[in-house]
Design a binder for this molecule. Structure first.
Ligand code: SF4
Length: 235
């Protein structure tokens, strides 16, 4: 079991958050307004898949579920890279079991451009870090990445999907990702819960869904009805 982009981002915010995701996920409480924003972000992401016209989507679910089959998605992506498919949505990659799915890969003359879609009013630092993780995995999986963009909603009178280039900033994060990805891999498998007290990390850059548990307001036995960790696509 490696880690995904969401695991990496959550583990970098707080290692205990990642550990709880793996060992006690039923303790998280996602406020309804946050879930609504996440759903709106996913809708925006779905619409953005068509921003360059026809595309091939790589999403494959495990039979009878809505859980992505990462291995099948990575295999399907590899097939489309060989075929030279011009626009690949949810392009999936595995590197030593670490995983990411890129919103859009667009073929260029000599490689691919990568587009990460965010339903937000600006290019926030966490989006650049998120893209930095993606480019680390995609590049090591053997794809030549050229330019990297964050796609935001257009304003009044603009195109609905507006790319903002962050190539230099995202590629500069390779060393930082490499410095932490293996540590987080080891940490998530530890038997002992990390001894981390609540602090500034509980709300920056995102509100942590384990706050009630860490502050002692929720017992370890209380169930949650939310089995999957949604990806952050909002500001
Ligand atoms: S509430 Fe705070 S200390 Fe607890 S897991 Fe979340 S970020 Fe970490």
């Amino acid at each position: 079991m490696g880690i995904t982009k969401t695991d990496f981002m959550r583990g970098m915010q707080c290692p205990k958050m990642l550990w709880l995701d793996k060992h006690k996920p039923r303790l998280r409480v996602i406020p309804p307004e946050v879930q609504q924003r996440l759903d709106a972000g996913n809708d925006f992401g779905d619409r953005a898949m068509g921003m360059f016209g026809p595309f091939e989507e790589m999403t494959v679910f495990r039979p009878g579920t809505r859980i992505p089959d990462k291995k099948a998605m990575a295999e399907k992506t590899a097939e489309h890279l060989l075929l030279g498919t011009p626009v690949i949505a949810e392009a999936a990659f595995l590197y030593y079991n670490n995983y990411c799915a890129v919103d859009i890969l667009r073929k260029t003359g000599t490689g691919y451009d990568m587009y990460e879609v965010k339903n937000s009013g600006g290019v926030h630092p966490q989006f650049v870090r998120d893209a930095g993780f993606q480019q680390y995995i995609v590049s090591r999986a053997g794809v030549k990445l050229e330019r990297i963009f964050i796609v935001l909603p257009g304003g009044e009178g603009e195109e609905p999907f507006v790319p903002h280039e962050i190539t230099k900033e995202a590629k500069a994060l390779s060393g930082w990702v490499n410095d932490h990805i293996w540590t987080l891999n080891r940490m998530q498998k530890e038997k002992e819960e990390p001894a981390i007290c609540p602090g500034e990390q509980c709300s920056s850059p995102y509100e942590c869904w384990y706050a009630a548990y860490c502050r002692g307001e929720k017992s370890a036995e209380e169930p949650s009805s939310l089995p999957l960790i949604p990806e952050e696509k909002e500001s």
